[in-house]
Design a protein around this ligand. Structure first.
Ligand SMILES: *Cc1c(COP(=O)(O)O)cnc(C)c1O
Length: 455
C-alpha cells in the first residue's frame, strides 16, 4: 500500500518550521531530513517506506521495542479513563501505583517519589531538595549550599540548574555567565586519564582529588552529583570498578548528599535495573527519566529518603514546603505507560534474558580492534561507546571539522541502521528486547561503517 503521507512536502515543511535540538541548522538545511512515521519492535520506518534498525533506542529511551502491545494497551486504557488531572491538591490512580512500584525496585532507603517530566527537571528537583534540606533540617547547616560536579564529563540536562552542574564545555561554556558555580572535580576517563596513569595500577588515584575537594569544601557543600557507572553523554565513559562505591563512601564520610543521576543508565541499560546496584550503592537522591515509560511518553521522577522528606515537614508558616511543581507532574497516561513498562520487565524477565546478550555484544566488539582507528571500546551492559582516533598510539583525535562520527552514522544509515554519535564516539545502545540476529546486524553495520569511513 502506498504511503498516504507526501514525503517531499513534509521535508520542505520540516526545514521551514522546525528548529531541531542539538543541531547546527545550517547543516540540517543542506541535508535531506529523515522523517520517521512508524516503529515496530527494533525497527523504524520513514515516510518513504524505508526500514531501519534502531541502534540507539530512539536516543536512549526505548526499552522493550516500539509498539509493545502491553504499553500501547495500557495507554489506551488510561486515555479511556482520564488523560490528565493535577497532582497539585489532588492525586491520581496511576501516579500512586507507580510511586509504590518505583520505591519497591529502587535502591533501599529511597522511599519518596517526586514526579516531573524530563531528566533535566528531575535534576533541578534533586538540586533544590538537597539545598533546601540543609537549610531547614532539625540541625540546620545553612552554609551547605554548593555542589560538587564532574568537569569534562558531567551531563545532567539542559535547564540552567542542570547545566550548572554540567561539565561538557561544548554544550555548556556559552552559558557560563548564567550558571551558579560548583566545586569541580575530574571524572574518571581512563582512556585519557588526566593523571596519565592506567587502571588498575593507578589505585584510582583520581579519588584522592575528589577527597581533597570534599576535605576542603564539605562545610559548604550540599551534594555531589554523578551518573552511576557511566558518564554517558560525555562519550559513554565507564567508571572503573569500585569507583562508584568509593564516591558513596566519601559522601558519607564528609556528610554530603549523593545525587545519582540515573536518567540514562536506569531501567536496565547497564544490565541491572539501576546502575547503583552494581556496587550496592544507596544514593540520597536518585533521578530517573528516559527509560521510565519504556520510551513512550515524557515522565521523570526524583526519589529520596525519609530523612530528606521529613526535613520538609512543618506548619505552613514555617515555610518548609517544597515549592516546586510542573503542570504535568504525575501525568496519568505517562504513569500508566511506566507501570506497563515495569510489568514487562517482570513478565518477560527482561534483565535475566539480557545477560547473555550483553556477553554476545562484548564478544562481537573484540573484532573492532582490527580497525586501526578504533582507539577505545567501552561497554557497560547495553551501553557501548567506540572512540575513533586519527592515530591510535598517541591517541590523537580527529579534527572536529572532519565530523568523523557523523560520517560513520550516515554510512550506517545507508546500510539500514540508525545510530547517533557523541563527537568521535560511536554509540551503540540497543533496545533491551533486541534479538540476537538484530544485535549481530547492528554490530556488523557499525563495523563496516567505521571501516568504510576510516580506511
Ligand atoms: C538525557 C539526560 C538528562 C536530561 O534529560 P532530558 O529528559 O533530556 O531533560 C539528564 N541526565 C542524564 C544523565 C541524561 O542522560
Amino acid at each position: 500500500m502506498r504511503d498516504q503521507i507526501d514525503s517531499s512536502s513534509l521535508e520542505r515543511d520540516d526545514k521551514e518550521y522546525i528548529w531541531h535540538p542539538f543541531t547546527q541548522m545550517k547543516d540540517w538545511l543542506a541535508g535531506k531530513p529523515l522523517v520517521i512515521s512508524e516503529g515496530f519492535g527494533s525497527y523504524l520506518k520513514d515516510v518513504e517506506g524505508n526500514v531501519y534498525l534502531d541502534g540507539v533506542s530512539s536516543l536512549w529511551v526505548t526499552v522493550h521495542g516500539h509498539r509493545r502491545r502491553e504499553i500501547d494497551e495500557a495507554i489506551m486504557a488510561q486515555v479511556g479513563k482520564i488523560s490528565h488531572s493535577t497532582l497539585l491538591g489532588l492525586s491520581n490512580v496511576p501516579a500512586i501505583q507507580l510511586g509504590k512500584r518505583l520505591v519497591q525496585i529502587a535502591p533501599p532507603g529511597l522511599t519518596k517519589v517526586f514526579y516531573s517530566d524530563s531528566g533535566s527537571t528531575s535534576v533541578e528537583i534533586a538540586l533544590k531538595m538537597a539545598f533546601q534540606y540543609w537549610q531547614q533540617r532539625p540541625d540546620p547547616r545553612p552554609k551547605k549550599t554548593r555542589f560538587i560536579s564532574f568537569k569534562n564529563a558531567a551531563y545532567h540536562g539542559d535547564t540552567i540548574g542542570s547545566v550548572s552542574v554540567g561539565g561538557i564545555d561544548l554544550y555548556h561554556a556559552t552559558y557560563r555567565p548564567l550558571l551558579f558555580p560548583t566545586v569541580q572535580v575530574e571524572a574518571p576517563y581512563c582512556y585519557r586519564c588526566y593523571k596519565s596513569l592506567s587502571y588498575p595500577e593507578c589505585g584510582m588515584a583520581c579519588l584522592q582529588d575528589v577527597e581533597s575537594a570534599l576535605d576542603q569544601h564539605h562545610h559548604e557543600v550540599a551534594g555531589l552529583i554523578i551518573e552511576p557507572m557511566v558518564q554517558a553523554a560525555a562519550g559513554i565513559l565507564v567508571a572503573p570498578s569500585g569507583y562508584l562505591r568509593a564516591i558513596r563512601d566519601l559522601c558519607s564520610k564528609y556528610d554530603v548528599l549523593m545525587i545519582a543521576d540515573e536518567v540514562a543508565v536506569g531501567f536496565g541499560r547497564t544490565g541491572r535495573m539501576f546502575a547503583c546496584e552494581h556496587e550496592d550503592v544507596r544514593p540520597d537522591l536518585m533521578c530517573v527519566a528516559k527509560g521510565i515509560t519504556g520510551g513512550y511518553l515524557p515522565l521523570a521522577a526524583t526519589l529520596t529518603t525519609d530523612r530528606i522528606y521529613e526535613a520538609f515537614l512543618g506548619e505552613v508558616d514555617e515555610n518548609k514546603t517544597f515549592y516546586h511543581g510542573h503542570t504535568y507532574t504525575g501525568n496519568p497516561v505517562a504513569c500508566a505507560a511506566a507501570i506497563a513498562n515495569l510489568d514487562i520487565f517482570e513478565n518477560d524477565r527482561t534483565l535475566e534474558h539480557l545477560q547473555p546478550k550483553i556477553e554476545r555484544l562484548r564478544t562481537s566488539l573484540r573484532r573492532f580492534w582490527e580497525l586501526e582507528h578504533v582507539g577505545d571500546i567501552r561497554q557497560c551492559g547495553f551501553m557501548v561507546g567506540i572512540e575513533l582516533v586519527q592515530d591510535r598510539a598517541p591517541k590523537i583525535p580527529y579534527p572536529v571539522r572532519d565530523k568523523i562520527g557523523v560520517r560513520v552514522i550516515m554510512e550506517a544509515r545507508k546500510r539500514g541502521l540508525i545510530i547517533r554519535p557523541l563527537g568521535d564516539v560511536i554509540v551503540i545502545l540497543p533496545h533491551l528486547s533486541v534479538s540476537n540476529d538484530e544485535l549481530d546486524r547492528i554490530v556488523e553495520v557499525v563495523f563496516e561503517s567505521i571501516r568504510t569511513v576510516t580506511e
